[in-house]
Design a protein around this ligand. Structure first.
Ligand SMILES: NC(=O)C1=CN([C@@H]2O[C@H](COP(=O)(O)OP(=O)(O)OC[C@H]3O[C@@H](n4cnc5c(N)ncnc54)[C@H](O)[C@@H]3O)[C@@H](O)[C@H]2O)C=CC1
Ligand SMILES: O=C(O)[C@@H]1CCC=N1
Length: 277
């Protein structure tokens, strides 16, 4: 089996590295292609032992069995136009592009076997969360292979409609940025209180790490944990009351819905949406 990753950016390189390290494939069976000469040159300099780097789609696409599409959604139309004449109906495409529907990819590539997946950036450290949906034309055996590839980056959950891919984009896909937003705000508060940059970073990152570990080791809900931290009339309660007074809970929910809605918008035909290029 030969796997091709198209787009050697944040996510494409993550799949290259994770699948490569998983040992599923020999070096010549894992290929990465990018249309940017600069990106390809840099990658070749690094000489990764787990995959081959290509700068010509005609050399790598026709020989691939599974193709990851990891370019930005607004580059998809041009890419699919280039790919279509070289595709055959036995090939299987896995798209990780936000918003782009299975139907769009099937029509754009002229194939039926399409998986739409939504990973997230912690995939880079093997802690990714991916939701995915497979077209009915994909066999059970092919689905196992897809799952193995996706799970090389962390955990995955299979969903039964595209709505849940867009919804998970608003939760786990974009979610790491919400966590970083929170971290940035706490680090800024620490710096304002007089801590050095480094101490602010350690105070905040260890707090996040500890809280997540507690959460994962116990069945207590986040609300339950909040109660354990907060003493009656104490400091935590003062902070939580400030969150409530400022409606932070609803603001976070609204932000997640903004991402969900944007994912739906990205899936509409280009003329209906003003895309940022
Ligand atoms: N960054 C993230 O946290 C996540 C991104 N995604 C999705 O992953 C996709 C890729 O995102 P990133 O890796 O962040 O983007 P990126 O900008 O880091 O990488 C995209 C790469 O695609 C290449 N490219 C563009 N057009 C091409 C073409 N026609 N042929 C070959 N290569 C081409 C670019 O040169 C670039 O190296 C997006 O569709 C995004 O929606 C999904 C989940 C999380
Ligand atoms: O911001 C984006 O559109 C992509 C999808 C999820 C994370 N990054």
């Amino acid at each position: 089996m030969k796997v091709l990753v198209i787009g050697a950016g944040n996510m494409g390189l993550t799949y290259g590295a994770s699948i490569g390290q998983s040992g599923y494939l020999d070096k010549e069976d894992l290929m990465i292609y990018d249309k940017s000469t600069e990106v390809v040159e840099k990658l070749r300099e690094k000489n990764n032992p787990n995959y081959e780097v290509y700068d010509d789609l005609e050399e790598c696409l026709p020989i691939s069995d599974i193709i990851f599409i990891a370019v930005k959604p607004y580059h998809n139309d041009a890419l699919m136009e280039e790919m279509k004449p070289m595709m055959n109906d036995q090939q299987l495409a896995i798209s990780i592009m936000a918003g782009v529907t299975i139907e769009t990819i099937q029509a754009g590539l002229g194939i039926q076997k399409v998986v739409r997946a939504m990973p997230n950036l912690p995939a880079q450290v093997g802690k990714g969360m991916t939701s995915y949906l497979a077209a009915p034309e994909i066999s059970r055996i092919e689905l196992w292979m897809v799952e193995d590839l996706l799970n090389s980056t962390g955990k995955s959950v299979r969903v039964d409609s595209e709505k849940f891919i867009d919804a998970s984009t608003g939760i786990s896909g974009s979610g790491p940025a919400y966590v970083f937003y929170f971290m940035e705000s706490m680090m800024e508060a620490a710096r304002n209180m007089g801590f050095s940059d480094n101490d602010s970073k350690v105070l905040v990152s260890q707090t996040f790490e500890g809280a997540i570990e507690l959460f994962n080791k116990n069945k207590l809900s986040p609300k339950g944990w909040m109660k354990r931290v907060a003493s009656k009339g104490g400091t935590t309660q003062a902070a939580l009351d400030s969150f409530d007074d400022n409606n932070v809970h609803n603001l976070i929910r609204e932000a997640a819905y903004a991402a969900f809605n944007r994912a739906i918008e990205l899936g509409k035909p280009e003329e209906e949406v003003e895309l940022e290029k």
